[in-house]
Ligand binder design. Structure first.
Ligand SMILES: [Zn+2]
Length: 357
């Protein structure tokens, strides 16, 4: 497991690459006691129980909080989002979901997961994943994930949940409510009545707030007395609309719904909470897929896929806490992930010096 975590941090995630590392002279510096083949990793991940890794992830986050990693951050969020993992021509495990073309013919199989990340200031820390196979859905997986994170992290760790429009359904919002967490969700066409009502109301009004967010000018519309749709057991719904004017003339507009009251959370704060949703896109999936191989299947087995995804989360969370918080204690600026990675690579070839202090 240690080799796997190291391999992820060193961006050598393929099992063959890990086999090469632990079989090389670098093994002493990696603190791995013996070499092994890539098949051992396949065998190992297919038989590992995911529960202890999930508990370990929660423990890392609790320790980070005790050590004041979130000190500068007023509100800590939990961002949930779904994505596609490995693609395969042929069905190979119970998680394989058929992918169809326009004629409804099966053209291949894909793997799907929902990722939960803790979002607080500059920290975006993946905390758990939930898979869903054929016959299941992203939004049901999201509810299971939410309930488990609530159990492993506790209610008080999180101040709010932030999600995209497909999670903005009554059962999901109620699950979050049961966990004790308010939700900030994107308001899209899947809730046409509420969206029309908000568009109508805000169109005829000047913005309630205008401010600068770095180089952008942001206009905010906000009202907290919209009617909930029929199945939603909220008293009222608060809707926020922002128009973000970029320096190049581009305008980004979005609607968000929430049950955070305007007495408790200011417009500006709510805007930043909504924006934290994009972190999971950029520093969750994009980073994990492009740099840490999240989208690749290493061993096509249901359990192995889940374990690999969970251990990738663990490695990413450890790397970010170490780099952004622990290493920051010196006088040097915070290192970029790529620079720490290069430094680590360079030290692999150095002779080990015994430190007797
Ligand atoms: Zn599969």
């Amino acid at each position: 497991m240690w080799s796997f975590v190291l391999g992820t941090i060193l961006r050598q995630w393929a099992f063959l690459a890990i086999e090469f590392l632990v079989g090389s002279k670098a093994r002493r510096n990696l603190n791995v006691s013996r070499s092994f083949g890539d098949d051992a990793l396949g065998y190992f991940t297919a038989r590992l129980d995911p529960a202890p890794t999930r508990v370990a992830l929660a423990a890392v986050l609790h320790r980070a909080k005790r050590n004041k990693a979130f000190e500068d951050c007023r509100f800590v969020g939990l961002a949930l989002d779904g994505t596609t993992g490995g693609r395969r021509r042929k069905k190979g495990c119970p998680l394989c979901r058929p992918h169809r073309n326009a004629k409804k013919e099966i053209t291949g199989y894909r793997h799907h997961l929902v990722l939960a990340s803790v979002v607080g200031g500059d920290l975006i820390l993946p905390v758990d994943v939930e898979t869903y196979g054929p016959g299941d859905s992203e939004y049901r997986a999201g509810q299971r994930l939410l309930a488990r994170v609530r159990q492993n992290l506790g209610a008080r760790f999180i101040d709010y949940v932030v999600v995209d429009g497909e999670f903005a359904t009554a059962p999901f919002l109620h699950t979050a409510g049961k966990a004790g967490w308010p939700v900030v969700a994107r308001l899209k066409e899947n809730l046409p009545e509420l969206l029309r009502a908000a568009e109508k109301r805000f169109r005829s009004r000047p913005p309630a707030l205008v401010f600068r967010d770095n180089t952008d000018r942001v206009e905010i519309w906000d009202a907290d007395d919209f009617d909930p749709w029929e199945s939603l057991q909220w008293e009222t719904v608060r809707v926020l609309r922002y128009r973000q004017h970029k320096p190049d003339g581009d305008v980004v507009e979005a609607y968000w719904l929430t049950n955070l009251s305007s007495r408790r959370i200011s417009r500006r704060c709510l805007y930043h909470m909504a924006k934290s949703r994009w972190h999971i896109e950029n520093e969750g999936f994009n980073d994990a897929k492009n740099r840490y191989g999240l989208g690749h299947i290493r061993h096509h087995h249901e359990r192995s896929l889940l374990i690999v995804w969970l251990l990738t989360c663990l490695a990413l969370t450890l790397e970010r806490l170490y780099r952004l918080r622990y290493l920051h204690r010196g006088s040097h600026p915070v290192r970029a992930a790529i620079n720490l990675y290069r430094l680590l690579l360079l030290t692999l070839s150095l002779p080990v010096v015994a430190d007797s202090s």
